[in-house]
Design a protein around this ligand. Structure first.
Ligand SMILES: C[S@@+](CC[C@H](N)C(=O)[O-])C[C@H]1O[C@@H](n2cnc3c(N)ncnc32)[C@H](O)[C@@H]1O
Length: 270
């Protein structure tokens, strides 16, 4: 049973709190795959969606930008098959360092083996784990500082518009209310070419999540709002999938009610 559900308001945890208190190592505990928790359900759901999206041939191009990558790479494992270049980004220095550690294959980097092997299996084992990791490491060309609240989130760097944006669990973590979310979505959309794809995923109905002992706030999202804000921002939704949380797996680490996966296309400029 979740004691927190609906009972405690979490004070908004903005960029400064992420910079000071978001511990990448503690966050990566959520990605220890194979422990039969709701985290496995989430990963299986999302990895299957990514596999379908990036191997079906419809979503491909030269450049993909990942917004709010955190210290994770699971979201890019299938994408590296369809894009020549990936740019990762995040707000905090410690997430950058953690990601760089994995990119350089340094001692102490998180071991993504079970996740990578699962993706290789999903993709029909056309590649082995080591080849997949090598390909992803080669494809991620940069890790940039990003703030979704800036009109150019990569300021002061000006990037050419990308063919695809991917973002997972970031906007709901970074935004304190729905209006801020609206603006943040506009800001990241400016990094995408007209006709390009947005691959957006995250939590529904979530007000907090724990990272080690630290509680982070989350903006409660509903399907209707996501549909409305995407259409308002000039996106045509091509897929909207939801995985509702199995009540048997409710614990005190987060109160989310489900996960969403969206594939949307930015309207062509008129
Ligand atoms: C819950 S984590 C998600 C990380 C990763 N995308 C994933 O799917 O596991 C949220 C991420 O959003 C980043 N973040 C918070 N505020 C941000 C902002 N204003 N701009 C960009 N990223 C931000 C945090 O640093 C953190 O890495």
């Amino acid at each position: 049973m979740c004691r927190f559900r609906g009972s405690i308001m979490t004070e908004f945890t903005g960029g400064d709190v992420y910079q000071a208190e978001f511990d990448p190592k503690a966050f990566l505990e959520y990605f220890k795959f194979g422990e039969d928790t709701w985290r496995d359900d989430f990963l299986i759901f999302i990895l299957k969606q990514y596999c379908k999206t990036f191997t079906s041939g419809g979503v491909k191009g030269d450049t993909l930008i990942d917004i709010g990558s955190g210290p994770t790479i699971y979201q890019l494992l299938s994408a590296c098959e369809s894009f020549k270049e990936i740019i990762a980004s995040d707000y905090t220095d410690r997430n950058h360092w953690e990601l760089e550690k994995w990119l350089k294959n340094e001692p102490g980097a998180f071991d993504w083996t079970p996740v990578v092997e699962y993706v290789c299996e999903l993709e029909g084992n056309r590649e082995k784990k080591t080849e997949k990791e090598t390909k992803l490491r080669k494809t991620i060309k940069q890790v940039l500082k990003c703030d979704v609240h800036k009109s150019n989130p990569m300021h002061p760097i000006i990037l050419p518009p990308a063919d695809c944006l991917i973002s997972s669990l970031c906007l709901e973590a970074a935004c304190k209310d729905l209006n801020t979310y609206r603006n943040a979505l506009k800001n990241i959309s400016s990094l995408l070419k007209p006709g390009g794809h947005l691959v957006l995923s995250g939590d529904l109905g979530c007000s907090f999540f724990m990272v080690g002992p630290k509680r982070f706030s989350c903006l409660v999202l509903r399907e209707e709002f996501l549909r409305e804000v995407l259409s308002e921002t000039g996106f045509i939704i091509q897929e909207f999938e939801i995985l509702f949380r199995d009540d048997n797996f409710i614990d005190d680490s987060s109160d989310f009610s489900g996960m969403y996966f969206i594939l949307a296309r930015k309207e062509e400029a008129i």
